[in-house]
Structures are given as C-alpha cells and as structure tokens.
Design a protein around this ligand. Structure first.
Ligand SMILES: O=C(O)[C@H](O)[C@@H](O)[C@H](O)[C@H](O)COP(=O)(O)O
Length: 223
C-alpha cells in the first residue's frame, strides 16, 4: 500500500483532483474514451468540487459510481444525486454518466441491463474509492451477504449487497473489476480511518474488504 499524507483536507482535495485529471488526460491521449469511477459518501465532495472545473475532454469521459444505495436519484441518500450536484457540473457536465440504479424493486432485476452498459467501458481508467471505519470500500461490507462472491477473482461485474445495519439494499462493483483499474486511489480523512486502513493491511479481506485492493491502491489521507 502506498500512503500519501496531506497537510490538510483542502490540499488533499486540490492535489488529488489534479492527479485524477492528469491520469484521465494521459488515457485520453491514446484512447477514444476514459472511464472514471468515484465513490459516494461524504468524503469525496471536496475532491469533486475541484475536479469538475478541471480542463479535460470531459465529453470523452464515462463516469460511474463504485456503488449505489438502491434508492431513486432524487432521494437524499442517493450517491447519484451527490454526483449530479458536485461532479457533473461546470466543465465536467459534458461527461457521460453510466447509471448504477434502475427503478426496480431489487438490484438483481437491474443488474443484467446495467452490466451491458458497463462492459464496453472496462477496464476502468481511473478509480477513486472511499472507505468506512469498518474497513468496507465500495459496498463490500465485512458482513455483506454477497461478500465472498464479490471478492472472488471470477466475480461478476456487479453484485447486489445487503448487510445488517444498512438502511438500503446496495449495488456494488466487484473487487476484481476495481482491482483491474489502470489507476486506483482510496481517499480517507481523520485519525480513525488512518488507523483502520493500517489495521486492514494485516487482516484478511473477508474481515477487512478494503484489503483486497490495498496492494494496487494509493491511499490519500488528511486529518
Ligand atoms: O455509498 C457509500 O456509502 C459509499 O460509496 C461508501 O463505500 C463510502 O465511500 C464509504 O462508506 C465512506 O463514506 P464516507 O466518505 O461518508 O465516510
């Protein structure tokens, strides 16, 4: 695991946004399109605020979430809502959003259609992930009902995920799709998450799912 520590959260947001933009640009120099994966949750908003104004051929970028809560985009807990508000605005409004939600009762009913749209956009060019204090990343939760399959090297692209204590059903990219990203980053803030990511490095992925990705990722941290 490579860990980069920043002086403060503002520096992290600015520097990380520039790094992500540089990596997307490098991909766009030799490919028609690039795929950017981003997390939901509360941490990435500040990164989005800088990234959305970066000069880039945004109309050649496909953006999708690492995972989504199974609620419509206008629901306050929708990660898609956060993306529309904070990332798909300014210059980045020209990017194409790949959906991770369809109005069906359960993710299982939507996964075949969502996977069909996702397949031509792989491998991911640049993936940014968040991490919870329980060492989950995307919706790969330690007690997730589909965790074992989601960690399997032959896992499908997308999986439904449910876990005790979660407010909604989730849909998530599998670990192998995230691991195959050309550039992989994890963004975390606060002492508790730094301790958690260091602890995860010594645990099996079944207990600390983020571990499945740590070997391939750069972790960005500020207090
Ligand atoms: O939908 C979500 O919640 C996420 O995509 C999730 O994996 C998130 O990145 C972590 O839970 C960290 O969330 P915070 O940044 O809010 O701590």
């Amino acid at each position: 695991m490579k860990l980069i520590e920043y002086a403060d959260r503002d520096m992290l947001a600015i520097d990380l946004a520039n790094q992500l933009a540089g990596e997307l640009n490098a991909i766009l120099n030799h490919q028609d399109r690039a795929t950017l994966v981003v997390p939901g949750g509360t941490t990435p908003g500040a990164v989005f605020d800088h990234l959305c104004d970066v000069e880039l051929d945004w109309d050649r970028v496909d953006i999708l979430l690492s995972d989504e809560r199974w609620v419509p985009a206008d629901h306050p807990r929708s990660n898609t809502g956060l993306l529309r508000e904070r990332l798909l605005t300014g210059r980045a409004a020209a990017a194409h959003l790949l959906p991770l939600y369809l109005p069906k009762d359960h993710p299982e009913e939507a996964i075949p259609a969502l996977e069909e749209q996702l397949r031509p956009c792989l491998p991911i060019s640049v993936a940014l992930l968040g991490m919870g204090g329980d060492m989950h990343t995307a919706s790969l939760f330690p007690r997730g009902d589909n965790l074992r399959l989601a960690l399997d090297p032959h896992a499908p692209l997308l999986l439904p995920m449910r876990a005790e204590g979660l407010e909604e059903q989730r849909i998530t990219l599998s670990a192998r799709v995230l691991k195959e990203a050309i550039n992989l980053h994890i963004v975390i803030t606060g002492e508790d998450k730094k301790e958690a990511v260091l602890r995860a490095a010594d645990l099996p992925p079944e207990e600390a799912p983020v571990k499945a990705l740590l070997g391939d990722a750069t972790v960005h941290w500020a207090n």
